[in-house]
Ligand binder design. Structure first.
Ligand code: MN
Length: 227
């Protein structure tokens, strides 16, 4: 069998303290998973079932990337997020068993064309043009294994040294095991899947020349610049 052209390179993310790379299969993202962010988006943060959207696997890019300011937007936002990396095939996982499918964790930024996302939301259209575009899923080096302080860890993001987002993972409306369990009820999770778990409040616009640094306690930072 021959392909009609050379297949694309396998999208992948760096692994902490290793030259190995984590091959990325799919990217799932959770919407409105911190109450204060739901409120700043004009929504009631009651514990409605979480909803998911996706980004293409090749939207992933490493820490250190200079991200091109994307077309079609005048309101390009950062969303700092804990990223869960799936390492096993998993379907209909219980919450109690959900972490058995987790390979590790990383710090990601769900880059968003906010104007396009809100326009789509308000018109009842898909979010894809607001969320799923080139270089829209930067992700720092993955830490293999479990996070010692999954509940008490702080999550934050600064732009040009000024803190814009800060919260704690315990403020997640839906916890990591709950998210993995729910995602595995909708699709068969496979090794290489990434799950962006939602962002706290403080999302804001960035411009060419800005430098973004994101962190979660216990994980390597992510730093990107905007071209
Ligand atoms: Mn997000």
């Amino acid at each position: 069998m021959t392909f009609v052209f050379t297949p694309p390179t396998q999208p992948s993310v760096a692994v902490e303290d290793s030259d190995d790379r984590f091959p990325v299969r799919r990217i799932f993202c959770v919407g409105r998973n911190y109450a204060a962010h739901a409120r700043e988006m004009g929504k009631d943060p009651d514990r409605e079932p979480p909803f998911f959207f996706t980004k293409p696997a090749d939207a992933v890019c490493d820490s250190g990337t200079a991200v091109s300011y994307p077309p079609l937007t005048e309101n390009f936002h950062h969303e700092i997020e804990l990223v869960v990396a799936v390492g096993a095939e998993a379907h209909n996982l219980s919450v109690a068993d959900a972490l058995s499918a987790v390979w590790g964790y990383g710090v990601g930024i769900d880059l968003t064309r906010r104007d396009l996302q809100l326009q789509a939301r308000d018109m009842g259209r898909p979010w894809d043009w607001g969320k799923s575009f080139d270089q829209s899923a930067p992700c720092g080096p993955l830490h293999r294994g479990h996070l010692a302080a999954l509940d008490s860890a702080k999550i934050s993001l600064s732009v040009n040294g000024e803190v814009r987002q800060t919260s704690e993972l315990r403020s997640l409306i839906w916890s990591v095991p709950e998210i993995v369990s729910l995602c595995s009820a909708a699709v068969v999770l496979k090794p290489g899947d990434l799950i962006f778990t939602g962002t706290p409040d403080g999302v804001s616009a960035v411009s060419p020349g800005d430098t973004l640094v994101g962190s979660v306690d216990g994980l390597q930072e992510i730093a990107i610049s905007i071209l």
